[in-house]
Design a protein around this ligand. Structure first.
Ligand SMILES: Nc1ncnc2c1ncn2[C@@H]1O[C@H](COP(=O)(O)OP(=O)(O)O)[C@@H](O)[C@H]1O
Ligand SMILES: [Mg+2]
Length: 386
């Protein structure tokens, strides 16, 4: 086994925005050094099909197989750009860690489904692929998620209580305390709901910088109802979630409940933070979805780590300034993107999947039973050799 080796990590999460990739060199202890990064957005048709495959529909098996192949083509494009920008050859890379696209996540029922076509990806890249990282943990009684806390501990562990918050389609946290094993769990929706609402009302795939939603007022009644009406928020860890729960139908049910309340109450309309009545406009709902992300994450953080002294944020949500400001107002500690401690927010999860490939290759069980609830540590992933 050489002292260091190069791995590629490919991540496409529940935001369905596209694929983030990194090349990193790992030393014998699994410490990474980033060598290159690339992102490729999903073509519109693939994004739509992946979203559609999150819900029951016609001829799902064949459509899932074709979407998996199309996903492998985008993955291969990211690999090609990574190699092109670094001048590295396919032969120099030990393996690709490819997450695949989650379309169902039901660990309580014994399954989690990531669409992927690892064999095709090997053919397209001539590099070994490690994939299917979550199913072994689920088979061992775990959530299969989040898988990143062990990686977060390795790269972000420090001498004080630091919490890592990943804002993808769904939000998850890792609590890092000096000398203690990491804790971690999903905290609820993040970009999945905000992106959906923004696309519908502005035609833009996401609310750049959070500027659009920042013009709206948080609707306290709706925010309270979104939290109180969903038992998942109050569940203890280990827990994880996905678009199976936090989707269009989930939001529609709750907005219509509030509309009903509104029409039957003596004081129609919703109170804004100043206690004034305000229209339930699209803007206000966007602001409320932002507040839902921040409140559910901050409640979970303060419950799991009341002594938190620093929050570092990764994932695309770290680029949403309005959301970052709101996190800062809800926590008694510094809030910053991971860029400020050495890894760009958009690269963290892709780097985690490069690390998971490294861990698989080196026969190191990477899941943390205390995080996922699995019966024990398991070797995660399977290899498709070149
Ligand atoms: N400049 C930005 N302003 C606001 N939100 C952003 C920005 N850039 C990215 N995002 C959000 O981040 C999401 C992508 O985050 P990502 O970490 O890739 O999530 P996932 O892992 O679920 O794919 C986008 O869909 C969008 O909601
Ligand atoms: Mg993404």
């Amino acid at each position: 086994m050489p002292d260091s080796a190069l791995y590629i990590g490919l991540m496409s999460g529940t935001s369905l925005d596209g694929v983030d990739g990194v090349i990193a060199r790992f030393d014998s202890a699994g410490k990474p050094e980033l060598a290159g990064r690339a992102s490729v957005p999903f073509p519109e048709a693939l994004r739509g099909e992946l979203l559609a495959l999150n819900s029951p529909g016609d001829n799902e098996l064949a459509r899932a197989a074709l979407a998996s192949n199309a996903l492998a083509v985008v993955y291969a494009e990211v690999v090609s750009r990574l190699l092109g920008s670094t001048g590295l050859t396919a032969r120099a890379i030990t393996a690709i860690g490819a997450h695949g696209q989650t379309v169902r996540h039901q660990p309580a029922l014994g399954y989690t489904i990531q669409l992927n076509a690892p064999a095709l990806l090997v053919e397209l890249t001539d590099i070994a692929v490690v994939a299917d990282f979550r199913t072994r943990d689920v088979a061992a009684g775990g959530q299969g998620a989040p898988l990143v806390p062990a990686f977060h501990a390795g790269v972000f562990g420090c001498d004080h209580t630091r919490v890592v918050l990943n804002l993808g389609g769904i939000a998850n946290i890792t609590v890092l305390r000096p000398g203690k094993p990491p804790q971690g769990f999903d905290t609820g929706p993040a970009n999945a709901l905000m992106d959906m609402w923004c696309l519908e009302h502005t035609g833009m795939p996401y609310d750049a910088n959070g500027d659009w939603g920042a013009r709206g007022n948080i609707l306290p009644d709706l925010l309270d109802h979104l939290i109180a009406s969903e038992p998942w928020f109050a569940l203890p860890a280990a827990k994880s979630t996905g678009r199976d729960l936090f989707n269009r139908a989930w939001l529609d049910d709750r907005i219509s409940w509030v509309m009903l309340e509104r029409s039957t109450t003596d004081t129609p309309g919703f109170r804004n933070a100043a206690g004034k009545a305000t229209e339930m406009s699209a803007l206000n709902i966007q602001a409320t979805l932002r507040a839902l992300t921040a409140r559910s994450a901050c409640d979970a953080i303060l419950h799991a780590a009341p002594e938190v002294s620093e929050l570092v944020v990764c994932g695309g949500g770290a680029r949403n300034s309005a959301l970052m400001r709101e996190l800062a107002t809800r926590l008694p500690c510094a809030v910053k993107p991971t860029d400020e401690i050495g890894i760009a927010a958009q690269d963290v999860e892709a780097l985690a999947f490069a690390w998971l490939a490294w861990a698989h290759h080196n026969k190191k069980p990477a899941g943390l039973p205390a995080v996922t609830g699995a019966r024990g540590p398991r070797l995660l992933g399977a290899t498709w050799p070149r």
